[in-house]
Design a protein around this ligand. Structure first.
Ligand code: FMN
Length: 362
């Protein structure tokens, strides 16, 4: 059987050695929100992927809603990401940084001293979030962004994208999935604005498209991807609100007009007929994600529905995942207890297959 997963692909100016993408995975090892040597080692171990997309990375201090997530708004953070990129590229892979402002998902205890959450509307998300100082805490009520705040939040994405590229990173992925700031604008449960940014589908798309346009203007369309997950109720969004499907397809149409670098469809949110419609509207690069194994990936690639396939959880516990997919070797399970804990355990100590076999032989 042809293994399409292992054929090369041109992602704009970025030549990928295969069609396997490491999906963005928050791992909370960035002490002080600074990308570090441990993170460089972790990403380098996983550079068998044609493209590595980093964990969600905050564009500003008030986007650091979770404990120990990295930022990309200081020169030191930018240099740290540059080190990660060089190391991943030295293995023949490439690196896109996922730009994630957490919006209303977060707690002031996770932000730098005196920080305040900011979001489309002053509506707290249901549920709780981990803080290192006070354990689980309810999400706080965010500040509703003013018109000036929106300009600043947009410019923060542009600055982060510029810092990334200036430090040798291949591109950025705008995180408009899973209920963070951009996704909060797309959903009427979190966006109840009465200005030009809320109240209708066109208005809910406005901020996302402004960020897309400004980022494209700064670093070029081929270096800008976007992640979307319509119908996903994660982070207290309304799934299946009136007109959601049409709003999603309208957004895809706008992204097609802009010829953006790629669309990354997260977590199985777009499948079946909707995936076919998305493909028909968007002729550019589509990355699919959510519960994929080699067989499903091959089927969707063969059908021409997608160009690349991203793997999340399997990459956590299988640093050599592409080799395992190629040979049909067993896929190791991850340890849920160490997903977000600091340190190397459950992070850089998952063995490659040859290391696991050597351990067994000992
Ligand atoms: C531990 C963990 C952290 C995640 N962090 C992010 C993130 O930072 N950004 C994002 O867009 N998705 C994040 N996701 C979602 C994954 O990228 C992916 O969509 C999901 O795991 C489904 O793909 P899979 O079935 O291949 O694991 C995370 C998932 C997990 C399990």
């Amino acid at each position: 059987m042809t293994q399409r997963l292992f054929t090369p692909f041109a992602l704009g100016q970025t030549p990928l050695k295969n069609r396997i993408v490491m999906a963005p995975l928050t791992r909370s090892r960035a002490i002080g929100n600074q990308p570090n040597d441990l993170m460089r080692e972790y990403y380098t171990q996983r550079a068998g992927a044609g493209l590595v997309i980093t964990e969600g990375t905050a564009t500003a201090a008030d986007g650091l809603g979770y404990a120990r997530i990295p930022g990309l708004f200081t020169d030191e953070q930018a240099r740290g990401w540059g080190d990660v990129a060089r190391s991943v590229q030295a293995q023949g892979s490439h690196l896109f940084i996922q730009l994630m402002h957490t919006g209303r998902i977060g707690h002031p205890a996770n932000l730098p001293q005196g920080g305040e959450l900011i979001a489309p509307s002053a509506i707290a998300a249901a549920g709780e979030i981990w803080t290192d100082t006070a354990g689980m805490q309810p999400h706080a009520v965010p500040k509703a962004a003013t018109a000036d705040d929106l300009v600043r939040l947009r410019n923060d994405h542009v600055r982060a994208a510029g810092l990334a590229v200036a430090n040798g990173v291949d591109g950025v992925e705008l995180h408009a999935a899973n209920g963070y700031l951009l996704g909060q604008f797309l959903n009427p449960r979190s966006n109840q604005r009465t200005d030009g940014y809320g109240g209708s589908a066109a208005n809910r798309l406005r901020f996302v498209l402004e960020v897309v346009d400004a980022t494209i203007a700064a670093i070029g369309k081929a270096r800008v991807g976007i992640r979307l997950s319509p119908f996903n109720p994660f982070n207290d969004l309304e799934s299946g609100f009136e007109g959601e499907r049409e709003q999603f397809l309208a957004l895809v149409g706008e992204l097609a007009k802009r010829d953006i670098g790629y669309i990354h469809l997260a977590g199985g949110s777009v499948a079946g007929e909707l995936l076919g419609q998305t493909r028909a509207i968007f002729p550019g690069t589509i990355i699919i994600n959510g519960g994929y194994d080699a067989a499903r990936a091959e089927a969707d690639l063969a059908a021409g529905l997608v160009d690349l396939v991203s793997f999340g959880r399997p990459f956590i516990s299988n640093p050599d995942l592409p080799e395992r997919l190629r040979t049909g070797a067993p896929i190791a399970d991850l340890d849920p207890a160490t997903l977000y804990t600091p340190g190397a355990a459950g992070y850089t100590d998952y063995p490659r297959l040859d290391e696991a076999e050597a351990l067994l032989a000992d």
